[in-house]
Ligand binder design. Structure first.
Ligand code: BGC
Length: 718
């Protein structure tokens, strides 16, 4: 079995939305959905850009899809070829190459294409036609402006040019950001060439009378730039295409492959014993690596990566809690970029807190550029009434600020490097702590501090009091704020100046006492109560709740959701707490919580299973850990995961699961812990695995970790 390649035979238009995700090519700058070159918008083709957002009318703001480069449509004897007699497509995870082979009857098409990892603006395609019969072949190759958007359109004022270089330029509606695409085509066969330019895009039409058995191949090189990249995106795009064309497809491909090899050298987990699982782990690592910002040091990753516009292209807590671990242990510069995004968007978080009447930093639940809050008051549409449902994610999911402080602190704990704290991270932690102080202020003179009216990770129970996860994150945030003084003990002046700059004296004085008095959760028979009153909710079982649904797409949460009055939860909540703070629990308590909450969890979010798997490893439930590992790692191989929240489409790739798969393998099965650059292992290998081996960066050095049935070892890498 080839554990580096996903292949699918046959073609069903109904699968196209899911396949576009599973066969995605991406390079952190853009994502090219895995659909054939000729696909029209019914098959959801897109080139989604990272970090460029736009709002059309009063619809949701979302990332911009660029003009569709690498569009190729074949005609034979004057007719467009649309019927696939046989079709096969594949994705090479090792090198991020999408391939397809299609029998159209008169011709066979085979192509391979990639979004270059060696230069993020470049896309290339090698397209070969084998002629089965004599006739007139025509290939329309170029940039299509038939763009599929969920809440668009986003591009206006198109300017097109079909000369030696094909060019399409447009601007976004809201902020007038210029987006430019260019393309060059090099045919290996003599053809009658004519430019074709209409409102559908800029193309070449290559025509040739072909003989039976004749082979016609071409290479297409495309480039995309926006005004966020520099002053003249159109010129930059044209120049890159020229350059790529003169280097040729093979040289561009070789550079792209070498860049991927470099990524694998730093991050590949070798898993032996089960090939299907190894494939799933490769898929997970491919998808997360493919969307990591490598072209910028201050960008984060959105919840559905670059697979499209779902979830508004927004940055959630997924970044800090689910993506960050793989990067901080393998490619710390990417972990820094994720956190620098938060440091730079602090002004947005300060503004959001002010708007809600608080002080400090309340980060956006769905963060877009500049920390702009993308989450609306109505994030779900009811399937029965078609009316928007008031959801409180944006207002009440306050753990987001603590999650960010948690990752900043982890970066320091794991790497021992305090430079990020110095470069704004300390300020973020202090402002997050200040937000919580102000959020709790009504209770500051009581015996214990409650945090009322919040939503924890389990979104099905809104507006609860003392969510255990949230309160613990707040405590951790206060602890981290106080720890800063020790971390910078050798620079007392710098730290004092920082407190002065933030006018923090009064808040600093409150922190120790506030930390002591934050309400601890109730524990019953070793089980932590998820929030005040949770144990009193109806305890009826997952299937009973499921049987109450009147529509499979119905939303389980909100005011009328089937789960709200029961103990059924959407995703790991107390178990997420247990996975992040295992030291708070005895082994018996970990086991008791796992046994209690797992059957009560819908796993309705792709963020859930990995947290349960991590805790399952710690309590020795290795069969369960394996089952949940497969659920996590398989998700973008099989195309699982929820597609709908009420009437809202939420499909795409699942970067949080991708990161979760790394966490389970490295932190769960191998039991890796890194503290201030020092590594230890506490292996929990399931019976299915015979060997795990992977690189880790720690203490400024590179290490190879290996775990077998005989035990674990760590050796330095040169
Ligand atoms: C989950 C959140 C998550 C978001 C984006 C939601 O369904 O409940 O925890 O952050 O999806 O992945």
């Amino acid at each position: 079995m080839n554990t580096w390649s996903l292949e699918k035979r046959g073609f069903a238009p109904a699968d196209a939305a899911g396949d576009g995700n599973r066969f995605l090519c991406a390079n952190g700058y853009l994502g090219l959905r895995g659909v054939p070159e000729e696909a029209d918008r019914e098959l959801f083709p897109a080139v989604t850009l990272a970090g460029v957002y736009d709002q059309f009318a009063d619809r949701w703001r979302e990332p911009v899809n660029a003009p569709r480069c690498l569009f190729i449509r074949a005609f034979f004897d004057g007719k467009p070829l649309a019927e696939y007699r046989q079709h096969r497509q594949w994705l090479d995870y090792r090198h991020g190459i999408y391939g397809r082979e299609t029998d159209f009857g008169p011709i066979l098409v085979r192509s391979q294409r990639f979004a270059s990892m060696a230069g993020p603006h470049l896309l290339a395609d090698r397209y070969e036609v084998n002629c089965v019969q004599e006739g007139d072949l025509a290939l329309q190759v170029g940039i299509s402006t038939d763009i599929w958007d969920i809440n668009g359109p986003h591009l206006f004022d198109f300017r097109m040019q079909a000369a030696d270089t094909l060019a399409v330029e447009a601007v976004t509606g809201e902020k007038r950001i210029a987006v430019a695409a260019a393309q060059r085509v090099r045919a290996d066969f003599a053809a009658e060439e004519s430019p074709l330019q209409d409102e559908g895009g800029a193309f070449y039409l290559l025509k040739k009378r072909v003989k039976k058995g004749e082979r016609c191949a071409l290479s297409a090189f495309a480039a995309i730039y926006t005004a966020l990249d520099g002053p003249d995106p159109a010129r930059a795009a044209a120049a890159l295409c020229d350059q790529a064309e003169s280097r040729g497809f093979d040289a561009c491909l070789a550079a792209h492959k070498a860049a991927w090899e470099g990524i694998w050298e730093r991050s590949e987990i070798v898993m032996e014993g089960d090939e299907e699982a190894a494939l799933a782990l490769h898929a997970s690592q491919y998808h997360l690596n493919a969307i990591a910002p490598r072209h910028a040091d201050n960008l984060s990753i959105s919840a559905r990566g670059l697979s499209g516009q779902t979830y508004k292209g927004a940055i959630f807590w997924d970044s800090e809690i689910f993506f960050f671990p793989m990067f901080v242990h393998t490619q710390p510069e990417i972990a820094r970029a994720l956190l620098r995004y938060r440091i730079e968007t602090l002004p947005g978080a300060l503004k959001k807190a002010r708007e809600y009447g608080y002080r400090g930093a309340f980060y956006a639940w769905e963060s877009q550029e500049g920390g702009n809050e993308g989450c609306t008051d109505f994030n779900v549409v009811d399937v029965f009434t078609h009316r928007p449902v008031r959801t409180y994610f944006r207002d009440k999911q306050i753990h987001i600020s603590g999650d960010i402080a948690y990752a900043l602190r982890s970066y320091y704990d794991i790497t021992g490097d305090r430079s990020l704290l110095q470069a704004g991270g300390a300020k973020v932690i202090l402002e997050c702590a200040r937000f919580y102080l102000s959020r709790a202020s009504a209770h500051l003179d009581g015996d214990e501090i409650d945090f009322a009216d919040v939503i924890g990770p389990d979104e099905y129970h809104e507006r609860v009091t003392n969510n255990a996860f949230t309160n613990r994150m707040i405590r951790h945030c206060f602890e981290s704020a106080l720890l800063l003084k020790e971390i910078f003990a050798d620079q007392p002046e710098w730290f004092r100046d920082l407190l002065d700059e933030l006018d923090y004296e009064a808040d600093w004085a409150l922190l120790p006492e506030a930390l002591r008095r934050i309400r601890r959760p109730r524990v019953q028979n070793g089980v932590t109560e998820q929030f005040d009153g949770y144990f009193a909710l109806e305890d009826c079982g997952l299937e009973a709740v499921r049987s109450r649904l009147m529509d499979p797409r119905e939303y389980w949460g909100g005011d009328h959701g089937v789960a709200g009055t029961t103990q059924i939860i959407k995703q790991a909540d107390v178990i997420a707490l247990a996975a992040l703070f295992p030291q708070d629990f005895t082994d018996g308590q970990l086991a008791a919580n796992w046994a209690y909450y797992e059957p009560r969890t819908e796993h309705g979010s792709s963020l859930s299973a990995c947290m349960y798997a991590l805790t399952a490893c710690r309590v020795g439930r290795l069969d369960e850990a394996w089952r949940l590992f497969r659920k996590t790692a398989d998700i973008d191989v099989t195309g699982g995961g929820k597609q709908w929240a009420g009437e809202i489409y939420i499909g795409g790739t699942h970067p949080a699961s991708n990161g979760g798969a790394w966490m389970i393998a490295a932190l769960g099965f191998a039991g890796l812990r890194v503290q201030a650059g020092r590594l230890t292992l506490h292996p929990h290998l399931p019976s299915q695995i015979t060997r795990l081996a992977f690189p880790v960066v720690a203490g400024g050095a590179r290490w190879m970790v290996e775990v077998t049935r005989e035990g674990g070892r760590i050796r330095p890498m040169c």
